[in-house]
Design a binder for this molecule. Sequence first.
Ligand code: FRU
Length: 326
Amino acid sequence: EKEAPKYVIGFSQCTGDDAWRRDMLRGMQRELAFHPEVDFLYRDAKGNSGKQVEQIKELLTSNINLLIVSPNEAEPITPVVEQAYQNGIPVVVVDRKTASSFYTAYVGGNNYEVGKTAGQYIGAYLHGKGKVVEITGLPTSSPSIERHKGFLDAIRNYPNIQVIRVIAGDWEKKIAKQKLTALFDSIKQADLVFAQNEVMALGTYEVWRERGISPRTKIVGIDGLAGPLGDIQMVHDGLIDATVLYPTGGEEAIRTAVQILEKKPFTKENILNTAVIDPTNVRMIKMQTDKILNQQEDIERQQKHNEEQLRVYNNQRILLYTISGL
Ligand code: FRU
């Protein structure tokens, strides 16, 4: 018989519908496979902060032992997360933050650093001169605010670089494309578009392509996702000029959560590394990430196989007990 689970982890995801979030969840599931004692409850708020608050409340009444949360927007999600923390439920915040210091651990990139890295790269890439458009994420989400700040701090060192427009793309390709299209006449002279994530960088590429403008404006993104549809491939194929790595941290989040639950020492601030991916290193990075993806698929296949073997074994054991009357 399967032992009763020892722990229940609830994960409240702000939105689940993009490749970056799917990568995070896959990482969590791979790590969870090493912890059969953990039950995992997953809720996707689909980009709606009100819904996320409700889902967190529902998770808290489901007797979770620990909450993992990636807050859609900082302010609206803060009270319910603070309440959980103050009621003794450990909270692991991933990627996006609340507006409070009441949490047990954070796992994710340093978004100020990520924005600054992008800004430094852009400054050098434009030889210190040119017009730039920035497309931010959801302006009320923490990575958007921090990336913007880091970007501006870096760009300030280049007095001849002008940020001619800041557009809120809300992390969504569709919204970024609509706004770029509506504003196109006022931004078409931009030398470079800095898009704060992968999907908005792709959206930018598509807007220029749909208008048949060649060469397109230069494009720098953020995320650095592997795989055939990721922005590493986009840099490799020349759809965009560069991207800044922002790891999803799914495995690290589960590892930290388990350490907390097992009352082992853990790190409060788990800051994941960043790096620029551009044509000078993209072939090497693509080779490595392709290999990692293959290995991950092998692990997932192996895990499925093990589960199946365990099921067969248990059935046979039950059968044996029934026959032998043990
Ligand atoms: C995915 C995403 C990423 C971005 C992150 C910021 O939902 O938009 O592309 O880096 O969220 O929280």
